[in-house]
Design a protein around this ligand. Sequence first.
Ligand code: EPZ
Length: 449
Amino acid sequence: MAIRSNRSDAIFHYRMKDKFLIRGLGGKKGLTGTIKVSGAKNAALKVMAASILFKDDITLENVPEIEDVKRMSDLLTHLGCSVKHIRPHTYNIGCRKKINTDLSNEISKRMRSSIVLLGPLLGRFGTVSFPHPGGCVIGERPIDFFIEGFKKMGAVVHITGGARKKTYSLSISGKKLRGATIFLRTPSVTATETFMMAGVLAHGVTTIQNAALEPEIKDLADFLIRSGAHIKGAGTSTVIISGNGTLTARGPYITMPDRIEAGSFIILGALCAKHLEIKNCNPEHLSALLHILESAGVTLTIRKTSIIISNGHHGAKKFKIINVKTHEYPGFPTDLQAPITVFLTQTKGEAIVFETIFEGRLGYTESLEAMGANITPMDAHRVLVKGPAILRGRKLESPDLRAGLAFIIAAIIARGDSTIHNVYNIDRGYEHIEDRLRAIGVSITRVGN
Ligand code: EPZ
C-alpha cells in the first residue's frame, strides 16, 4: 500500500513541474482547422466507480487519457479491482471478488470524484472508509449530503481525526443498505450519482429529491439500466431507484463527449479563430453557453455533433457584453465560468460574472488582472468585468483544471509570451491539450523539469 502511495506522490511531483510556454496571437484571428472533443471526464470517472456494482467485467470506450482517469484506475486497483487499459481510450474493469474497502488516502485527498465510490462500496460490501476528499480548490466542498443520506439508508458513521485530517468510516449493521427518501438541499451532481448507485444494491426503493440534472447523470443511469438496474427519472429532479441486485454488463459503455471541453474550445474559437470546427460534441448539452455567445453576436453553425465558428476578420470587440450567472444544469455551468470570463474581457462594456455554486471559484481573476484585464471583485461570488482590455503574456499558475484551460485561452489571445505552471492541474482533465491546440495553430510547448 505504502509503495503505491509513494509512487503516486512521485508522479504528482514530477508532473506538477511541467509547464506550458505559449506565444500569444496578440488579438489576431490566427486559429483554423478542426479540433476533436474527448470523452467526458465527469462521465467516465463515475462509470469506472460503477464497475463495483457489476458481477462481471465492464468495458469503457472513448475514455479520455487524463490524469484523473489514471488516479481513478490507481484507486480501483488499490481496492483490489482488476483495471486493464487494453488500448488507448479503452478500459476493462472487474471487481468480481471481495475487495478492500479503504480508499487510498493519497489519491482520495486529491480527487473529489473518489466520493462516488461510497455508493457502490457500501451497497456491495457494507463498509467503506475514506479521508475527506480533495480535488480542485474552488470552495469548501462539504460532504454533509453524503453522510446524512447514508445514515438514512442505514449506515453507521464514525469520524476520526481533526479538522483537515478527518477519516470517515461507514458501515451497515444489516445485510444491505435500505432504500430511503433523500432530499438534497442543493442539487449536487456527485451526491445524485452516489445515491443512484447505492440505490441499485439497496433493499427497497430509494428516492432522490431535488436531484441534479447534469447530462452525465442520465448517461450513467442509461448504462446502469441497460445492465439491469431499475432507475426512473434520471435527468429530472426526482430519481427513483428500486434495488435489484448486482448488474450484468450488456455491451460496452461509450463515454459521452465532454461538454466543458467543447464549450472551452467554442470560446477559444469565438475569440481568435478564423474558422474552427469543434467535432464530436453534443450541442444539446451546451445550450446555455451557445445562447450567451449568440446573444453576444458570435456566429455559430450548429450541427448534430459539431459546431463551426467563422469570425472573418472581425475582432471580439464587436461582441456585445453579457452578464453571466452560473447555475445547475441546464443553466450556465460553473465549469465554464473561467473561460467565459476571459471572453468577457475582450467584449465592449461592463458585465457581472456571478458564481452561484462555489464560493472560491473566482480567485483566478487576479491573474487575469495581472495580464491587463479590467476585473473588480465585488464579493466572494461576483466580479465586474470591463472590456475590451489588451492582455499581455505573463507567468501564470494553474489553480484548478478549468481555470487552467482559461489561462491557456488568455495566453493565446494575449500579446507576448506566457508561461503556465502547475500543468498537472490541466492534465487532470484535458487529454494532450498542447498537441490538439498546436494542430489548429497555437504556439504552445510543454517543458518538463
Ligand atoms: C461536480 O462536483 C463536478 N465534479 C464539478 O466539476 C462541477 O463543478 C460540479 O459538479 C458542479 O457542476 C465531478 O463530477 C467529479 P456539487 P460536485 O456537489 O458534485 C454543495 C471539474 O472541474 N454541496 O454538484 O462535487 C456544494 O458545496 C469539477 O470537473 C454541499 O453543500 O459538486 C456546491 O455548492 C470541479 N454538501 C453544490 O452543493 C454536499 O455534501 C453543488 O456541488 C455536497 C455538495
